[in-house]
Write a protein that binds this ligand. Structure first.
Ligand code: CA
Length: 664
């Protein structure tokens, strides 16, 4: 989701409901329970339930034979227990059954809920399911692991939606729109270029970042032939996979099994999996699983008792309360352990407090030090949470193991996200050089960067380049192709592709972690739709014929990723390293030039000279005499070099990068 109040990227009906006014301080007095046996556990002594609902007057457990539309086969009164929980047990292992809870609150029985900890669910996530998780593991799961990664800056992140990747007939993929799409090897477009999994390997990315894949609300799983599309920023069941991405949403084990198969196949091919998580709000207010188990507690409110709305989606959760904080921490731990997830991207992360985010990172690092966490360091509206406690971009120095998206480099390189026609450095707008430089140094303190001239940030907010994600577009807003079409209306697509190359060259050579939106490497578009959260596949699906038509663009991206992966100079990890080894030359309007010096970060190259000319006409630079290998020039790039130059006065053509390297 975006920093934009006007366009909330979710499908919601947001009646402004209120809960019985409970003061914020009274929530602090609720007993809490953080055990991992919440809601359901099955062992040799039977099946056990434990629901957290401190103010419930009564709680019932309803057991069903199916996930929807059948009467309860039994109803069990639950008993008040410790830590605000209610328990029930039966001596049998009820695998194959479904259940819900009914909570009596304030004299009324609330609607049934599968609870907040349903790890398997039936159709449309209405009822929780009791399944044997050990039977959902793919072969070799015990040995499965994601790519080893020392630092987040070694990652190359590819953001994607399951349907975008596979729905087009040109994908050659059989399991269209499913988790299984990424398990299919050797798929091709009609002209024989690789698609799907093999395309990811061809491109060289290290991680896919999958848009929400927990069970969300908007797509009717009972009517999959309708081919509904949604990004999924409308959480329903946080701890179960989305049914529409499985081949059978009615069978609770299938979605679990198929998501694991996707992770396993990606891991087997050296690619990690990052999940987009949206704990900051729920699809519904009074009808959410949070509200139906512990009314009011999980959300922040205004003084009048109405839901506060920093998400722009009708509500915001209250991570500062212990039971909600534990919920978030335990939920990501569960995904990391049960599904072997390698990273988490937090939507509207600044709705959460820094203490919660630090607890998230610490818990995940304990499971696997290679797991990393990043998020949107902003909210979509004001919040009762004090600014100094918010997990904002500006507060990221308080969260040493967390990274934030750099809107600095995003808006400076391609033009502002909210104004389609606005241009950026890469499309010929001058005056943005200092903000681009903030991006180049990964928003760290650098003696040659004047933060007072920054457009989006006025101080070096990152304590290290490992705290910044660099990008020029993502699922939100106009994707790069569409942005270039709208801001360069008189240009040809060839000229726009040249601008895209320059823009991404800035991103991929900058300190920090690079991130790209799926399909930019083959210049796909979304037909100018800036908020395609529920647009049809005709807007969102990647046309894989573009890989043939834009083969040179693809090759440029491939080489760019190769360059970054082979050269640690672009992946420094400390502010001190960057300040010492990254030296800017005197620039000029629309031109930035710098050197990475003295085998930076152990690089095999002694010096790398990087020059960006964003102007629409050529410029000349003076390069010290030496034995320089040409890596990038005039819109072409080859990580292995394209000939030599002795330096001197060199031309940098319009809208292009010049990258030179020397070993002596
Ligand atoms: Ca769903």
């Amino acid at each position: 989701m975006k920093i934009n109040l006007l366009v909330a990227g979710v499908a919601l009906c947001c009646a402004m409901n209120t809960v019985a006014a409970t003061s914020e301080t009274s929530y602090l007095s609720y007993p809490t329970y953080s055990g991992e046996d919440l809601e359901l556990s099955v062992d040799s002594s039977g099946t056990h339930w434990r629901l957290w609902s401190p103010l419930a007057e009564d709680v019932r457990l309803n057991i069903y034979n199916s996930g929807t539309n059948t009467p309860a086969v039994s109803t069990i009164d639950m008993t008040r227990s410790t830590g605000g929980t209610w328990t029930a047990s039966v001596p049998e292992q009820l695998y194959g059954k479904f259940y819900t809870f009914s909570v009596k609150y304030d004299g009324k029985w609330l609607d049934e809920t599968p609870g907040v900890w349903a790890k398997a669910v039936g159709l449309n996530g209405e009822r929780a399911a009791i399944i044997d998780f050990s039977a959902t593991n793919p072969e070799g799961w015990a040995e499965d692991h994601g790519p080893a990664i020392s630092n987040i800056t070694d990652a190359v992140i590819y953001e994607m939606h399951h349907r975008d990747m596979s729905m087009s007939p040109t994908s050659g993929i059989a399991n269209k729109g499913k988790f299984l799409a990424l398990t299919e090897p050797s798929t091709t477009n009609p002209t024989g270029e690789s698609t799907g999994l093999d395309h990811l390997k061809d491109l060289g990315v290290t991680h896919v970042h999958i848009l929400p894949s927990y069970d969300y609300n908007s797509v009717d799983e009972a009517n999959l032939p309708a081919n509904q599309y949604n990004w999924g920023y409308d959480p329903l069941n946080y701890n179960a996979p989305e049914g529409s991405y499985s081949t059978n949403p009615s069978d609770p084990s299938v979605r679990v099994k198929e998501m694991k198969e996707m992770v396993k196949t990606l891991h087997d091919n050296g690619i990690g999996v990052i999940m987009d998580v949206v704990y900051n709000h729920t699809a519904d207010n009074d009808g959410s699983n949070f509200s139906l188990t512990a009314p009011g507690y999980y959300y922040r409110h205004r003084p009048d008792g109405s839901y506060s709305d920093a998400s722009g989606c009708g509500n915001e959760t209250a991570s500062e309360r212990q039971q909600m904080r534990d919920f978030i921490v335990n939920s990501v731990k569960y995904w990391a352990k049960e599904y072997h997830i390698d990273g988490f991207r937090f939507d509207l992360m600044a709705i959460h407090d820094t203490e919660t985010m630090n607890a998230v990172a610490a818990a995940l690092k304990e499971i696997n030090p290679d797991i990393f966490v990043y998020g949107e360091g902003w909210t979509a509206g004001d919040s009762p949470l004090p600014v100094d406690q918010r997990a904002l971009k500006e507060n990221v120095s308080k969260m040493p193991q967390i990274a934030v998206f750099s809107d600095d480099i995003r808006d400076a390189v391609k033009g502002h996200y909210s104004d389609a026609s606005d241009r950026g450095f890469a499309t010929g707008k001058q005056g943005l050089e200092e903000t681009v430089k903030i991006g180049i140094v990964g928003a760290t303190a650098h003696p040659q960067v004047d933060y007072s001239k920054g457009n989006n940030s006025k101080f070096p907010y990152a304590s290290a380049p490992t705290q910044v994600i660099n990008y020029v577009s993502c699922h939100d807003d106009l994707m790069l192709t569409d942005k270039l079409r709208k801001s360069m209306p008189d240009a040809t697509d060839a000229e726009r592709q040249r601008a895209a190359r320059l823009a991404q060259t800035i991103v991929f050579t900058s300190q920090g972690t690079p991130f790209l939106w799926s399909g930019e490497e083959i210049f796909r578009d979304k037909k100018g739709v800036h908020n395609s959260y529920k647009s049809p596949d005709s807007i969102n699906a990647i046309d894989w014929n573009l890989k043939h038509q834009n083969a040179e663009q693809m090759e440029y991206y491939r080489q760019l990723i190769k360059l970054r992966k082979e050269h640690p100079a672009f992946r420094m990890t400390t502010t001190e390293q960057v300040a010492k080894h990254l030296k800017f030359d005197k620039g000029e309007p629309g031109l930035i030039s710098y050197s990475l010096t003295d085998n930076a970060n152990g690089d095999s190259w002694k010096e790398i000279k990087v020059i960006f000319n964003g102007n629409d006409s050529e410029r000349y630079v003076n390069i010290p005499k030496g034995h320089w290998t040409i890596i990038a020039e005039d819109g072409r790039l080859n990580a292995n070099g394209m000939g030599m130059t002795r330096g001197g006065k060199l031309k940098v053509p319009a809208t292009s990068a010049l990258i030179l390297a020397r070993t002596i």
